[in-house]
Design a protein around this ligand. Sequence first.
Ligand code: ADP
Length: 340
Amino acid sequence: MAQGMSTPEADPQAAAAALDSVADPLTGKGLIAAGRAAPPRISEGKASLILDVTGLSGEARAQLERAIRAAMIGVPGVQDVRIAMTAEKKARRLIAVGSGKGGVGKSTVAANLAVALTRLGAKVGLVDADIHGPSQPRLLATEGQRPEARDKKLLPVESPYGVPMLSMGHLVKPGQAIAWRGPMAGNALGQLIDADWGEAELLVVDLPPGTGDVHLSMVQKHKPAGAVIVSTPQDLALIDAARAVDLFRQSTVPIIGLVENMAGYQCPHCGEVSDPFGAGGAEAAASALGVPFLGRIPLEIAIRRDSDAGKPPAAEGGAYAQPFLDLAGQVMLWLKQPPA
Ligand code: ADP
C-alpha cells in the first residue's frame, strides 16, 4: 500500500465497545465489565487482548474466541485480532490418606471423607492411588465406568455423591493384576492427579498401604497439603501407623492427624459395646507421636455392608454419617489454619 494511503488507526473506544458487546458466558456481562479482558491494544490494524478464560470449558473458550473475532473485525480499521488466553491456575490442595498396613479401612475412610467434605460445601475430587488394589470404584458406585480424555488429560468419572473421581480400577478390567513398579507406578499416579479436575479445590488421595514407590512419588512430586493416617486400635496396627507418620514427617508433609477406625463394636442383640481390637490405643499413640487425634469410627456391620454396596455411610441419609462428618469438619478446620 502506498505511503499515506494506509487505513486510519481504529478508534480505541470503538474497539473497547465491540469487545464489551460480547457477553461473558458465566455472568452474561460484557467481557470488560466482567473483568475477563481489558480494552484491546490497537497497533497497525492489529487489535491485541488478553482474555482470562478461568472456569470455562474448552468448547466455551473456542466459542468465545470466535465471538470476539467477529465483533472486533467489524470495527473499522481492525484487520487482525490477536487473543492470548490465560487461566488462573487453581491452587488445588491434596489430602493424602495413608495407613501403615492394609485392611484397616483406609479406603473406606478416604471415600467417606471425600463425600463428607462435599456435604460440608467443599469442592472435592477423589484419587484412588491404591493402584495395585483399587477399591474406590466399588465404594462410590462407579465400577465399569471409563474416564474419557481431553487435551491429553483424563476427565474424572462422576460418582452419584457429587465427588468426581479417578482410579486405576477405571482404566483396567476388574480383577486384572496391576504389577507396576517404580517409575511406571509414579507415572500412573501422575496421570490421575494431573487430570482435568475442573473446579475441585481439594483432592483426597487414597494411598496404597505401607510406604512404597507411590508414596515417594506422592510426597516428592505432588506435595500434599497434609496427611490423614488411619489405624485400628490394635498395637500392631499402631506400630505400622507410626511408620506412616514417620514417612510423612521425614518428607515434611504435615500430619493432619490420626483416625481410629473399627473402634468399639456394639452388639446388635444386647447393645453391649466391646472392643475386639482394643480401646483407646490410637488416641494414646497419637499423643505419643505428637500428632492430633481426629476421632473414632465405630466397627459397624452397616459400614461394611453399605460400603460394599457402593453406598458410602457419609452420604445423605447414610447410617453412621456423623463420625465421617466430624472428621471432615476437623480436616476443614485444619485446612483453614494449617499449623505454621
Ligand atoms: P484398606 O483400604 O485399609 O485396605 P478397606 O477400606 O478396604 O481397608 O476396608 C477393609 C474392609 O473393612 C472392608 O470390607 C470395609 O468395608 C471394612 N471396614 C472398614 N471400616 C469399617 C468399619 N468402621 N466397620 C466395619 N467394617 C469396616
